[in-house]
Design a protein around this ligand. Structure first.
Ligand code: 5GP
Ligand code: MG
Length: 180
């Protein structure tokens, strides 16, 4: 098997770039239909979501769709800390607008919950959420996710923007951790 090593951990191929591309197109098609007349502002949550956001946004055909970027951090190594920091903020006026959060992965859900609370204070018309990956078994809070490209089990994954200690983001496929 084509395993890879990032620092102390070994990963094996898990979701191919072709499967990812299909899943991203499916999510984009749903968003195109649901938000056709909403002039949506997409908010890409850096760092992990940048690859997904780039692919998703190019499949969006809504005239006037916009994208911006914020930066959040909650993971140290392979563990969610539960404490979420916004490292770099939002400069756009989102009041009265439909915003679509673009996340790489929803695990415990705390990052998303806190981000939604922060955004709600700015009075958007609506907050939608699109995530590449969702770990339903890991969810620890009540947060609505509108668009999920792929459901996965709780194991730690890397690739397609997602990192282990900042490495592995450049992998075209998604890899899952090999337990030893
Ligand atoms: P949550 O707050 O939902 O527990 O975690 C959300 C964030 O943790 C994600 O946006 C992502 O940055 C990181 N994360 C969660 N699960 C994984 C994973 O399996 N691999 C990687 N690389 N990051 C993850
Ligand atoms: Mg993230």
């Amino acid at each position: 098997m084509n395993t890879i090593k990032l620092k102390d951990l070994t990963f094996k191929p898990y979701i191919s770039s072709a499967e990812i591309a299909t899943a991203v197109k499916n999510v984009a098609a749903r968003i195109n239909e649901d938000l056709a007349d909403k002039n949506p502002l997409f908010i890409c949550v850096l760092n992990g979501a940048f690859v997904f956001a780039a692919d998703l946004f190019r499949e969006i055909n809504i005239p006037g769709a916009e994208i911006t970027f914020i930066r959040m951090k909650s993971y140290i190594g392979t563990q969610s800390t539960g404490e979420v920091q916004m490292v770099s903020g939002l400069y756009e006026d989102i009041s009265g607008r439909t915003v679509v959060i673009i996340e790489d992965i929803v695990d415990s859900g705390f990052t998303l919950l806190q981000l939604k609370e922060m955004l709600r204070e700015c009075n958007p018309a609506d907050i939608k959420v699109a995530t590449l990956l969702f770990k339903p078994e890991s969810l620890k809070c009540d947060v609505t996710i509108d668009y999920v490209a792929l459901d996965i089990p709780p194991a730690f994954i890397v690739g397609y923007g997602l990192d282990y200690e900042n490495m592995g983001r450049n992998l075209k496929d998604i890899y899952t951790i090999v337990q030893d």
